[in-house]
Design a protein around this ligand. Structure first.
Ligand SMILES: [Zn+2]
Length: 232
């Protein structure tokens, strides 16, 4: 086989392997990104729970203050009971006390609901934090593994690149530039097999005369349809 042609075939193979590794690297990097995004999402959710808990505490403090003021009101009325002069005033104070008691009761109910909610939120937050710290360790371990795999593919790429460089140096410059132009145009497939008078790049028919010549593999022939370099 003509040496340029032979080198081109090997070069294209190497570049194919290089791109395969590139695809793998990108997939691994994507996987790492997704793992980290999931962890970040869990952190955001935990922050939301924390904010809910804080809001609950704020609300509860407000209710406690309101309850305390009602209690003070009640004590004030109860003290007044001793100093009233008429039965009507006495009755009216008792009514006020009843009213305050009802309001206090409602506030107490609200506080109980808030306290129960606080317990749930606290438990939820604790669970989320534990989950995050477990998940963080797992993600770190997983990413470390994935990083190692990326590194392995990159080392292989370096080897491929240096082999390709050696081959390129052996090729005649115009053959190489022609190949590289074709490679870009034909999306990574510049040198293709000719089989049974068919170009495997574009699947078009190759004239029998040309096919006979191609079979010799003694120089660079091109497909008349797609212009790819052919070999058999
Ligand atoms: Zn073709």
């Amino acid at each position: 086989m003509e040496h340029n042609l032979e080198n081109l075939i090997t070069l294209q193979e190497l570049e194919l392997h290089f791109r395969e590794r590139q695809c793998k690297i990108e997939m691994l990097e994507q996987e790492m990104t997704e793992l980290r995004q999931r962890l970040d999402q869990a952190k955001v959710e935990a922050e939301e729970t924390k904010a809910k808990f804080e809001e609950n505490q704020k609300e509860n403090r407000k209710l406690e203050v309101a309850l305390k003021s009602k209690e003070e009101e009640k004590t004030k009325y109860q003290k007044q009971l001793f100093s009233v002069k008429t039965n009507r005033e006495y009755q009216s104070l008792l009514n006020e006390i009843e009213k305050v008691k009802t309001e206090s009761g409602k506030l107490e109910e609200k506080i109980i609901v808030r306290l129960e909610e606080a317990d749930l939120l606290k438990g939820d937050l604790k669970r989320r934090k534990a989950q995050i710290s477990k998940e963080k360790k797992r993600v770190e371990k997983e990413c470390q593994k994935l990083c190692q795999q990326v590194g392995k593919h990159q080392t292989e790429q370096d080897t491929i690149k240096s082999k390709a460089g050696e081959l390129k140096a052996k090729l005649e410059p115009e053959v190489l530039s022609d190949y590289e132009r074709l490679l870009k145009l034909k999306r990574g497939l510049a040198v293709v097999l000719a089989q049974e008078e068919i170009c495997s790049g574009c699947h078009m028919h190759i004239p029998p005369q040309l096919f006979e010549e191609i079979k010799r593999n003694d120089q660079i022939y091109r497909c008349p349809s797609c212009l790819r370099i052919l070999f058999t």
